[in-house]
Design a protein around this ligand. Sequence first.
Ligand code: HEM
Length: 454
Amino acid sequence: MQTLSNMLERLPMKETHRLGIPILPGGLPLVGHAPFNLGDSLNFLRGASAKVGPIFWMRSFGSEMQLVCMGEPGFELLKNRVTSSEFIRDQSPEFIGDALLSQDGTRHRNLRSPMSGPFTPRGLSSSGASALSAEVIEASVASLPASGPFSLLTETQKFALDIIFRVMGIDRSEINDFNTNYREFILGAFPLKLDLPYSPRWRARRGRAWLDARFSSLIAAARGRPEMPGTLSALLAVRDAEGQPLKDDDLISNLRLLALAGHETSASVMAWMGIVLAQRPDLWEKLREEATAAPGLPRSPEELKRHPFAEALFREVLRIYPPVSATAREATEDLTLHGKLVPKGTMITIPLGTYGYDPAIYPEPEKFDPSRWMGRRVPPSAIETAPFGGGPHFCLGYHLAWVEAVQFATAFARELSRRGVRPLLAPGVAPPKLRYLPFGQPPKKTLIEFVPVV
Ligand code: HEM
């Protein structure tokens, strides 16, 4: 693809700039730069800005123009003072619809403030969510195959979904039905117009209807059981600024969003952790020492302090392999970005994943080195948590993702030590490359195996 892109760049282009901002050369007819941006998004965006500078137009499907704004000015846009996320509702009505991610201003604040409580470190502890997640992770890691190469991503995808549903407070007996219908629902992520019986769109709608009906009866049941552990119960207990409980419609659309936002991303991070450890015996040894010295898995955010190396591994995996390469905002007024005038209504891509490769923040940014996160006295800065976004839409599940990842790394090291084995890439498997489909993940064919420690 890159070779094709290089050839296309040499073809004469009619328009090289728009509004004084360069148009990235090398787009294909009809699909523009989308094929290059889709698979290898992170390198594509980094390479493009190295070629044409920190602000440029790229063409997406239908040759529609999209502005890319790198660096601090791009990061600033996440604050949504001069930009908005509301376009997501029209762009993706059935899939995201009217939920936190597609709301702004007072509407967003009125829902986000009460919803945040259960996802703070204290909320995760008091609702029992972090303890539930430890329980699911411990059991899932214990059920990993004893021998034979297997795809770790396939496994982490299964248990990341189990975690998010169990953490909500859904009973173990219902998890399989939830997982099946959720898999149908996410077929709606493909922008296909065809709507015949059994088409992906039809199946997505059927999955969504099942989920919504079950969420609705769970909400009704949970209202009568305030002692029920998990985030759903905690969400039912919160009150907005007027002292009112959250409305069922808001709860349902956001429970769907929680499952979506909190599943593929976390699954990817856990899979990368295992895959990195399978290639780096030095890191494996450090993690094993820390994990086996601990009395067990951390069961609350407070207990994460005992696991500094597992946390460093989590942060370095996110930096090198960010699951979300970019997000977008719509300009709500005329803006000046990198000295260029950008009109109101422009769609702007903010390349979240590229901030982790800034050499001014991370010396030798290409090097995977968890020690850069060790021994720090201050929490990570806003730019250091860029893989989770920024501004009012900063990831609601940040603390949960952090807890899950440390629990996974600790459970993985403890379980494998108990078995007397360590992870290794399966014979003939090459070190994997990050691919976006649309979340950044290792390829499913990256198989690992467990080998005896000699
Ligand atoms: C490593 C794992 C994760 C990563 C990298 C990640 C990344 C992100 C990013 C980049 C955004 C902002 C999108 C934007 O501004 O356009 C976001 C928002 C969000 N995330 Fe996560 N996420 C992760 C895990 C989770 C988990 C576990 C949950 C579930 C609790 C979750 C729930 C959400 C929600 C609800 C939002 C929307 C917040 C709002 O619009 O106010 N995420 N996430």
